[in-house]
Write a protein that binds this ligand. Structure first.
Ligand code: MV4
Length: 460
């Protein structure tokens, strides 16, 4: 096992990893930017090294500074958390060439998963169901027309280097196809420096179901069930749950087995997530693979009892998986609400600043992962996630009640947060009936002239 690990991240995830290190008896080394001097991850780690200025391009994304810190601290491994360098194949390669273990998959896996069009081809050849669409990137408008005709409208144009909704455009007819194609190309170029796009049949009102997988360095692979992440706004997840409500046992088993097959097809190692779209007829399609720990990992930890961060570290250190698939038991229902410092009454404008008053919830069945404390000043430079509330109860109804109770207890002021939105979501009849889908927020809420998210009148 490792003796010393550097955590190349900040905020809540840095603390999550420091906690795992401490329980494993591993010395933790934090890095921080000049804006994060007073951050909790700096206080909680055994050591901390400043890696640069506030903008993440000069600190948390600054590869030479991070590697120098790792060399100075003499760590054996780096955990990248999520965001920043977590899915940067080049960074993973540099770690290996410096004889520092990257806690995550091999660089080739990260690179393959990052090319969505190439990943589709690998999955098609492995017999994984993929969304009907182009085999290659689409070169010109004529080809786009031909493919749209073949698959039938509506179609969606996606950036090959994309993911998370950037550089994505839907076209409903020939007249709209060219502008969708050109806009997707331009956005892809601007966001990723790569104008390659591909085309898919557009799946109407799908659910976003993702499967957590764990794979060791000896070829053993298991899945830890699914998370429903359909409740999103502009491709930002708001609330996630496990198990997904309303899936038949048969469908759940098939998706899980498919995810394991996906991980096998790319000889995956460490923790990863396979994303699927599920349509209204229970067809499911591979969408993409995330080669990192995910923000919503605690709901999986709750229902399986497995500490995913400890497992990531053990796998990277060369330990074998301690379970086969049949050892994995799922218990109860877990829900996570992401609390962001954003104003739902003003177009989700970020709300950084000093937290004067803070009370985080507790009591039975409640877990809070957060890096904020009373008197902490949220810097404006980074992600606005300030806390995650996770509940675990015997069933979905009790989990909802526990979450409502936990949200009601929470005090965070004067910064604005998304707590009020979560209270509304949990109260909606459609949510309580388990009828979640990626169109949930758009159908249940409207945005007022001043940008306030308002509930629509009752409708199923
Ligand atoms: C789709 C789709 C419908 N059909 N692809 C959005 C994020 C990116 N990873 C892929 N996304 C989608 N791809 C086809 N062929 C609908 C979405 C989508 C979506 C997916 C998951 C969760 C929320 C979403 C919200 C809008 C659109």
């Amino acid at each position: 096992m490792f003796h010393k690990i550097l955590i190349a991240n900040r905020g809540e995830v840095a603390i999550r990893i420091i906690r795992a290190c401490r329980e494993l008896g591993i010395h933790s080394v934090a890095v921080y930017s000049k804006a994060d001097r007073d951050s909790l991850h700096v206080k909680l780690a055994d050591d901390a090294i400043c890696v640069g200025n506030a903008p993440s391009s000069e600190s948390y994304l600054n590869i030479p500074a991070i590697i120098s810190a790792a060399e100075v601290a003499d760590v054996e491994a780096i955990h990248p958390g999520w965001g920043f360098l977590a899915e940067n194949a080049h960074f993973a390669e540099i770690c290996e060439s410096c004889q520092i273990r990257f806690i995550g998959p091999k660089p080739e896996s990260i690179r393959l998963a990052g090319d969505k069009s190439m990943a589709r081809n690998v999955m098609r050849k492995a017999g994984i169901p993929i969304i009907p669409g182009s085999k290659e990137t689409v070169k010109d408008q004529d080809e786009a027309f031909r493919l749209a005709k073949k698959f039938g409208y509506p179609v969606i144009i996606k950036a090959a280097a994309g993911g998370g909704g950037k550089g994505m455009k839907v076209a409903h007819n020939d007249g709209k196809l060219i502008s969708a194609f050109l806009t997707a190309q331009a956005e892809a170029e601007a966001a990723f420096g790569n104008r390659s796009v591909y085309i898919e049949k557009f799946i109407m009102e799908p659910r976003h179901i993702e499967i957590q997988v764990l794979a060791d360095r000896f070829g053993s692979i298991i899945h830890l069930g699914e998370r429903d992440c359909s409740i999103q706004r502009r491709h930002q997840k708001l609330l996630e749950e496990s198990p997904a409500t309303g899936l038949t046992e048969k469908l759940r088993r098939r998706i899980g087995e498919t995810a394991t097959k996906v991980a096998k097809a790319v000889q995956y190692e460490n923790a990863g997530t396979v994303e699927f779209l599920v349509d209204s007829d229970d067809n499911f399609y591979f969408m993409e693979m995330n080669t990192r720990l995910q923000v919503e990992h605690p709901v999986t930890e709750a229902v399986t009892g497995i500490d995913l961060v400890k497992e990531q570290i053990r796998i990277a250190a060369g330990e074998k998986l301690r379970w086969g698939q049949s050892d994995i038991k799922f218990e109860g229902h877990a829900i996570e609400c992401r609390i962001n410092a954003e104003d739902p009454d003003h177009d989700f404008l970020p709300s950084p600043g000093k937290i004067e008053s803070l009370l985080l919830p507790g009591g039975p069945n409640v877990r809070v992962d957060s890096h904020v404390y009373p008197g902490y000043t949220i810097p404006p430079y980074y992600d606005s996630l300030i806390a995650k509330i996770i509940v675990h109860a015997p069933n979905r109804q009790e989990a909802i009640a526990a979450m409502q109770r936990a949200l009601r207890e929470t005090i965070i002021s004067p910064v604005k947060t998304t707590i009020s939105l979560h209270e509304k979501i949990l109260n909606r009849p459609r949510f309580r009936q388990g009828k979640v889908g990626t169109n949930f927020i758009d159908t249940q809420f409207t945005t007022s002239k001043i940008g306030a998210l308002e509930e629509r009148k009752e409708e199923a």
